[in-house]
Design a protein around this ligand. Structure first.
Ligand SMILES: [Zn+2]
Length: 232
C-alpha cells in the first residue's frame, strides 16, 4: 500500500468529502499524499446500491486526485470496537504510515460516525505498540484530528479552503445516488437529497466568514498540539 502523509477514515463513502473534501484537495495540490479509508460500503443507505456507491466513490476520488482509496467492507450498522475490526484499521495505519490521521468528530447524530471515531482512536493506539500482535512494523501517528459531518461545534483548527472549495463540491456531486433526487431511479426522499449540499456550502461559508476567509473547514483535536496548518 502507498505511504501517506494524511489518512482519513470514514464510516461511509462520502463522509470524508462532506467533512474535509477541500482540505484533502488542498494537501494534494501541495504535493502531499492523501488517502481515504472507508470502513463500510453504506449498504443500508436508503438510496443507491453498494456497486453504485463504489463507482461514485471512484469518481469522487479522481476529482480530488486521491493517492489511495480503500474500503474495508465492514458491516454497515455493525461497526464494533472488537479485535478483528480494530486490527483491520490498525493494519491500514501500519501499511500506509501516515503522519496525520483524521476521523469523524466524536459527537454526531449518526451512531456509525461516532463508532468510527472511537475505533480509529483505538486502532491508532494499537498500531504504535511495538509488541501488539499484528503484522507490520509499529507506527506512531503524529496527531489525530476530527472532522465534522453533521455537527459544527467550536473548531480547534480552521483551514482556509477558499481556493479548493469548488473541488470539494464537484467531488460531492459525484455521489448522485445520495445527494440528487432522481425520479427514474425510484429514489426515496431523504434529508440528503433535499438541499443537503447547499447546507454544506453554507456551513463552510459561515465558518470561513468568522475567520475572514471565503470558505473554511474546521477540525477538533483532543490534544491540540498544532493550531495552524497540518503540515508545514
Ligand atoms: Zn456517513
Amino acid at each position: 500500500m502507498s505511504q501517506l502523509d494524511l489518512l482519513v477514515f470514514a464510516a461511509h463513502p462520502d463522509d470524508a468529502e462532506i467533512g474535509m473534501g477541500a482540505t484533502i484537495a488542498k494537501h494534494l495540490t501541495a504535493g502531499l499524499r492523501v488517502g481515504i479509508c472507508d470502513l463500510t460500503e453504506a449498504e443500508l443507505s436508503s438510496n443507491g446500491t453498494p456497486a453504485l456507491r463504489r463507482a461514485e466513490a471512484v469518481a469522487a476520488s479522481e476529482i480530488l486526485g486521491l493517492t489511495l482509496r480503500i474500503n474495508l467492507a465492514l458491516p454497515d450498522r455493525g461497526l464494533r470496537c472488537d479485535r478483528k475490526q480494530l486490527d483491520q484499521i490498525a493494519t491500514v495505519i501500519r501499511e500506509t504510515r501516515p503522519r496525520l490521521v483524521f476521523a469523524p468528530y466524536w459527537f454526531d447524530r449518526h451512531p456509525d460516525h461516532v463508532m468510527c471515531s472511537q475505533m480509529v482512536e483505538e486502532a491508532v493506539f494499537n498500531a504504535k505498540l511495538r509488541r501488539y500482535p499484528l503484522a507490520g512494523e509499529a507506527h506512531q501517528v503524529e496527531q489525530v484530528y476530527y472532522y465534522f459531518i453533521h455537527e459544527l461545534p467550536q473548531a480547534d483548527v480552521v483551514m482556509d479552503v477558499s481556493a479548493e472549495h469548488e473541488s470539494k463540491m464537484l467531488a460531492l456531486a459525484a455521489y448522485r445516488s445520495q445527494f440528487l433526487h432522481i425520479d427514474e431511479l425510484d429514489m426515496v426522499v431523504t434529508p440528503l437529497n433535499q438541499g443537503y449540499l447547499e447546507q454544506v456550502v453554507e456551513r463552510d461559508r459561515l465558518l470561513g466568514r468568522r475567520y475572514g476567509m471565503k470558505f473554511a473547514e474546521g477540525f477538533a483535536s483532543k490534544t491540540a498540539q498544532r493550531r495552524t496548518l497540518f503540515l508545514d
